[in-house]
Ligand binder design. Structure first.
Ligand code: AGP
Length: 369
């Protein structure tokens, strides 16, 4: 067991630290440094269908659904096709409108999630084109799709998904770039920039992992609180949801993720001097707005833990704790900003004496509906 954990105390920690490698493995052979040649066999199989798609529907559950939300931003941004992200369990039971010009992308680490499999079977029966993004080779979802892309994250043992998420986001980024290139919605210059920056991501994730000791200290401060709020906007909104899910799964602390601007429509009522609020506030197009959201939290004495871009001089004056991550392109930011949130949930759970790798009531793959 300890050999399999490679010297780490838990599989989850090992898997968090494997991310520079698993992200690299997920893009290896699919793009070349400095160029604009993308090579995704699964995409090529459906090239024409992606070009003509009137809509992309993403079906998934849990963390894979969060990766799907990131993909909504990516595909609409880079490929200009409308995207809907659906909980597989809701989609399959609500008589959805599906046409032959729709592409349905099913995202699943295990490839065995019953609701996701049933949702894609339903879409298939209505004539939609099905594309799978799975981690486990030969899994049921991988076999039920005609084309797709594997994530190459390697086996994920910890029930809380970490490296599978960043691998999914990596593959979805490549897919959005492929579609955008083929549809002419992304310039060659922009594409080359993104390819270069994607190559830098493993190093930046490596750097973010160096925050481990610092984050352990923050975990000490908050390990006994009953609630947490996570806020983010744009590409960081799904990251806020993912951070909250990680915390509740393994530490059993109640946590909610929200788009930062929605806070004023309800959750702001929860904020007082006892409420920790994790705000993902990297330097991107919504930065100024997120700074205003931080001010709103501060005015109500909320305890702010901010994930910021290195060198930020504004937010440190407002936050109780600041976690600095390396700068990257806005569309790639979830790959870096999610890392400290994984570590925060891990350390809080360990300090609370929880069973990190096998939290109560949860199964690694949910094969029942
Ligand atoms: C993630 O930490 C969870 N354990 C869970 O939400 C998981 O992502 C979900 O069950 C979907 O699993 P899948 O990716 O294997 O389909």
């Amino acid at each position: 067991d300890s050999i399999e954990k490679g010297g780490y105390e838990h599989f989850m920690l090992k898997e968090i630290f494997e991310q520079p490698r698993s992200i690299l493995d997920s893009m290896r052979g699919r793009l070349e440094l400095g160029g604009s040649h993308l090579n995704m066999a699964g995409f090529r199989a459906y090239e024409q269908k992606f070009v003509n798609a009137q809509r992309i529907i993403i079906v998934a559950c849990g963390t894979s659904w969060h990766a799907g939300l990131v993909a909504e931003y990516l595909i609409e941004d880079l490929a200009r096709i409308p995207v809907e992200v659906e909980y597989a369990s809701e989609f399959r039971y609500r008589n959805p409108v599906i046409s032959e010009r729709d592409i349905v992308i099913a995202i699943s680490q295990s490839g065995e999630t019953a609701d996701t499999l049933a949702a894609l079977e339903l879409a298939k029966s209505k004539g939609a084109t099905i594309f799978g993004i799975c981690n486990v080779v030969g899994s049921s979802i991988a076999r039920a799709t005609d084309a797709g892309a594997y994530t190459h994250a390697g086996p994920e043992i910890g029930v809380a998904s970490t490296k599978a998420f960043t691998a999914q986001v990596t593959v979805l980024t490549l897919l959005a770039m492929c579609i955008g290139q083929r549809r002419g919605t992304i310039t060659d210059v922009k594409l080359r920039e993104l390819v270069t920056e994607l190559h830098n991501i493993p190093t930046k994730v490596e750097k973010a992992l160096k925050l481990d000791a610092e984050i352990q200290q923050i975990a000490e401060t908050f390990k006994d609180v009953p609630n947490f709020l996570y806020l983010g906007r744009g590409y960081n909104f799904p990251v806020a949801l993912e951070g909250a899910l990680k915390l509740k799964e393994i530490s059993y602390i109640h946590a909610e993720g929200y788009p930062a601007a929605e806070m004023k429509h309800g959750p702001i009522a929860l904020i007082d001097e006892n409420m920790p609020v994790v705000v993902i506030a990297t330097k991107d197009s919504s930065y100024e707005k997120v700074v205003s959201n931080i001010q709103e939290v501060k005015a109500r004495k909320g305890r702010i833990i901010a994930v910021v871009t290195e060198g930020d001089t504004t937010i440190p004056a407002m936050a109780e704790f600041v976690i600095e991550v390396p700068p990257t392109s806005e569309v790639l930011v979830p790959l870096v900003s999610v890392i400290p949130l994984q570590l925060l949930s891990y350390h809080i759970a360990v300090l609370r004496g929880c069973n990190v790798d096998q939290p109560r009531n949860l199964a690694k793959s949910v094969t029942v509906e």
